[in-house]
Ligand binder design. Sequence first.
Ligand SMILES: *Cc1c(COP(=O)(O)O)cnc(C)c1O
Length: 484
Amino acid sequence: MTHYISTRGGVAPVDFETAVLQGFAADGGLFVPETIPRVSEERLQKWSKLSFVDLAFEILSLYIEQTILSPDELRHLLSDGFYRFEHPDVTPVVPLETKPNTYILELFRGPTLSFKDVAMGFLVNTVDFFLKRKNDWASLVVATTGDTGPAAAHASAGKKSIECWVLYPIDMISEEQARQMTTLEASNVHAVGVSGCPDGGDDLDLVLARMFADDNLTRQLKLSSVNSINWGRVMVQAAHYFYSYFRVVDRVGEKIVFSVPSGAFGNLFGGYLARTMGLPVKAYICANNQNATLHRALSTGHFTKEDLIPTVSSAIDIVVPYNFWRYLYFASGGDHGKICQWMDDFKKQGSVQLDSQTADAIRDGYISASITDEQTLSTIADVYQSRDGYLLDPHAAVAVAAADTLANTFASDTKIVCLATAHAAKFPDIVRKALAVKGELPEQAMHKSIDRAKELFQHVRLCDCSKLAQALTHAMQSVTKSRA
Ligand SMILES: *Cc1c(COP(=O)(O)O)cnc(C)c1O
């Protein structure tokens, strides 16, 4: 049965429950399954007729021991995690008529209108389930570039075993996203707006990594995290590739392409799992904006961090794509020594030159592009003003623009699924700019939950990044005391 090991190889294998509750492995590595399960074409045929939740159940069953979660428990956690999605398909697929063989996979139909809801509902439910079973509670802390925070806050609201702390860089996320975190009337959700962080979410992650590295503090504050390094999220993110594949192909076995707006490589690592399990994927397009760490690594073998450039697709303004370590681990043939060396070098110098074998391996089934803000905005305008009249959010637009850029790479009858990771209503100012509208926005750029949040109080703690560790520790200690 599946066990989880650290990419750095420094801890004994753990079960699913431990991997999920710990987040990071104790040696600073990321948890990965010892082996990735394979699925036969016969089984794919059977899966092709399942609903999203039933399909997710089949996939997750391959990664979770029944002694940890019984089939009934798993099914219950999944149904609960997805019932608040507003579309019966959970992640519906929409064909674009004006772009032949191009489909939009809508990952934004959950309660906070982004792709983060897809995995967060299930993960937070599961954490809550494990904690209750142990008669325990935890402080879930997440840093966000705008969408993880709202998803974590909504999934945690009202859960007795969880205190949820969401940290966001003020001025680097939209007002709509901030309000999704600050307007919840839930005493266990704590929003923290942080100023003075030029590298945005990456700066916040650094502060958190330092807190997590302190064992005493971690124990005292019961720190845990549901950020994108948590195995529980990455695993669920394989399901939408399978589900959408079955919606668009003429027959199981046909090879298709996915274009994925990428930041921390969590969504694409879900894709890696799906392809390795046996999903017939010709290639993944790693679609970056101008923060192109992944594009550089894939195209040159040089994994380097550069200064963050604020863009119109802010959720992927990420210069340290954390889940890439998981991919490098498998691409290097499971070489713990190399991962340790590279992680340490990257931390010290912000750059790693991969050996040529690994550099070739990471290109197997992956191509990439870096998209400018001008391309993003014109893609939004073009698709909206076409016969389709479909409104892309800025992140989906990065995916579509990358697919356009790389279209010549594939035979013209190859189907391309572009992942739409957010609802346009989360980014009204960008939509306004793209469509050059002054007054009322198109209906597709509105959502009732966003409008409702405008009429509510905001509850937020404010802080400068240089003081964040102290202030957060103090506030968390006080909450811990009040729970004792
Ligand atoms: C998080 C996010 C992404 C990027 O996903 P990764 O797993 O970090 O690559 C893309 N688009 C939106 C809207 C997001 O919130």
